[in-house]
Design a protein around this ligand. Structure first.
Ligand SMILES: [Zn+2]
Length: 157
């Protein structure tokens, strides 16, 4: 699957400063899950420039429960993302879908729909955070742009 995020930071520099270290700092809310820093495979700046932060076949810590099956795309910003980011995310997800057997496209805020599915791999009871990124409007627009690709939101019951 692909999971879409926003960084909750306003600049590329601050996003990179958060994502670059290997070891987590701060983040009392997820510290119990291990010392590996949060990360993502791609970071999309406000102007739509895509930065590849790591190989998409290696694990990044970006979504509780689904990290082993999820490619993470972070978008610089919080609250609202840009038209340039929508265009970039659309092209990036289409490219990933063409290269990998991706079934699902979700926003971070939708991740807990997968609890109880075979893809959900969290074993620590109560290890959850509440997320709203990247907002319902952005996911709706992204799904509209990618409608032809047949990506799903949720696994079959
Ligand atoms: Zn997120």
């Amino acid at each position: 699957m692909v999971v879409i995020h926003w960084t909750a930071t306003s600049t590329l520099a601050s996003a990179l400063a958060t994502l670059r270290p290997e070891v987590l700092s701060g983040r009392a809310d997820i510290r119990s899950g291990g010392r590996l820093n949060v990360g993502a495979h791609f970071l999309v700046d406000r102007d739509g420039t895509v930065y590849r932060l790591q190989n998409e076949t290696t694990l990044a810590r970006h979504v509780i429960g689904l990290n082993r099956s999820a490619i993470g795309i972070e978008n610089v910003g919080s609250g609202s993302l840009t038209a340039e980011q929508l265009r970039a995310d659309t092209a990036l997800v289409a490219d990933l879908k063409a290269r990998y057997p991706i079934e699902y496209l979700i926003g971070h805020f939708e991740s807990q729909r997968f609890m109880g599915s075979p893809l959900w791999e969290e074993r620590q009871p109560g290890y959850l955070t509440h997320k709203s990124d990247p907002g319902e409007a952005f996911m709706k627009a992204l799904r509209r742009a990618l409608a032809a690709w047949g990506l799903r939101l949720k696994s079959a019951p």
